[in-house]
Design a protein around this ligand. Sequence first.
Ligand code: HEC
Ligand code: HEC
Length: 331
Amino acid sequence: MAVKKCVTAVIFLAATTAGAAWAEEPIKPITPPKEINQAKAELGKKLFFDPRLSKSGFISCNSCHNLSIGGSDNLKTSIGHNWQKGPINAPTVLNSSLSFVQFWDGRADSLKAQAGGPIANPGEMALTHALAEGILTSIPGYVTEFKQVFGDNKIDIDRVTDAIAEFEKTLVTPNSRFDKWLLGDVKAVTEQELAGYKLFKDFGCISCHYGESVGGGTFHKMGMVEEYKAKSPAEGRKAVTGKDEDRFMFKVPNLRNVELTYPYFHDGEAETLTEAVDVMGRLQLGKKLSDTENAQIVAFLKSLTGDQPAFTLPMLPPSSDKTPQPKPFEE
Ligand code: HEC
Ligand code: HEC
C-alpha cells in the first residue's frame, strides 16, 4: 500500500511540474523487471559467464557482451573463435528484453530463441548444442542446480537458453538522470541536455527512437534521405525476407546507455557519438546539424545512461574428470 501511494505521489508531482509529465512524453522511464524467477536467473547468470560453452573454453557471452563496459565489446566487429573477425557490431544486451525482436535483422523473436545462436555459431563460440549439453551434464554442480530450477536433472539447450534469457531480463538500466526528469525531478538534467531532447523531438529522431528503450520497436532503413555507403556486406532484414526492398532495413537500436556502447551502427563505422548523430541527421532526416545542435543532442543521449547491473560475480562449478576438454587452437 505504501508503495502504491508513493507512485501516485510521483506521478502527481510529475504532472504538476514544468513539462515533465512522462505520460505525455514519447520516451518512457524504464521500470525494473517484474516476475523474475530468481533461481533461474542465477543459473542463467552462471551460464552467461561460463566460457566452457565455447569450443575454446575461453569465450563466454560476457566476452562480447561485457557487463563491465555497457554489455557490448566496444569493438567495430566482434572477435570469435580462433580470432575470427565477426561480420557485424555486437549490440548491447542491456535492455534487450525491451526490444520487439533480437539481432540487427530481427531473425530471433525472443531472447530465448536468440541465445542458442552464438553457442553453435562457428564464428562465435563454435560448439554444437549437443556438445554444450554434454559439457554441462558432466559438471555435477550444474546437474544439481538444473534440478533445483527445473525439477529434474535433464540439461538440454532449451533449458540453457531459458535460463540465460531469464538472466537477461534482469539486465535493465532504470534511474537514468533523464528518467528521473521524466518522473518529475526537474533538476535531474541540465539545460543543455533538455535542449538536446527538444531537438531530438523537433527534428524527428523520436519517430524511430522512442518508448522505454528509445528504440528497439521497429525496423527502419539506414539511409532514408541519403544513401548509406557501407563497406560491410551486411544487408539487414533482406537476409531474413529475401526481399530487395528490405536491403539496409535494420532494427532501430535502443539508445539507452549509448554513451557506453561505441562504436556505432551495424558495421561499427561511426567511432563517436558526435559522428553517429551527424550521420543520422543527414542520412535519416536530410538535416546537417550545427555543432551546437549536435553537442546538445549528444548531451541528451548521455543523460540516458542508467544504473548498470550490479551483482556479485558468479562462481562457476568446477569441471569433472569426464568434462570434454576445450580445444582453443582447433578450427
Ligand atoms: C563472439 C562474440 C559474441 C558472443 C560470444 C556472443 N555474442 Fe551476442 N551478439 C554478438 C553479435 C556480433 C551480435 C549481433 C549479431 C547480428 O545482429 O547479426 C549479437 C547479438 C546478441 C543479442 C541481440 C541484441 C540485439 O539488440 O539485437 C543478444 C540478446 C545476445 N547477442 C546475447 C548473447 C548471449 C546470451 C550469448 C551467449 C550465449 C552471446 N550473445 C554470445 C556477439 C557475440
Ligand atoms: C527513420 C528512422 C530513424 C530516424 C529518424 C533516426 N534514426 Fe537513429 N537509427 C535508426 C536506425 C535504423 C539505426 C541503425 C543504423 C545502422 O546501424 O546501420 C539508427 C542508429 C542510431 C544510432 C547508433 C546507435 C548504435 O548503437 O549503433 C544513434 C546514436 C542514433 N541512431 C541517433 C539518432 C538521432 C540523434 C537521430 C536524429 C538526428 C536519429 N537517430 C534519427 C533509425 C533512425
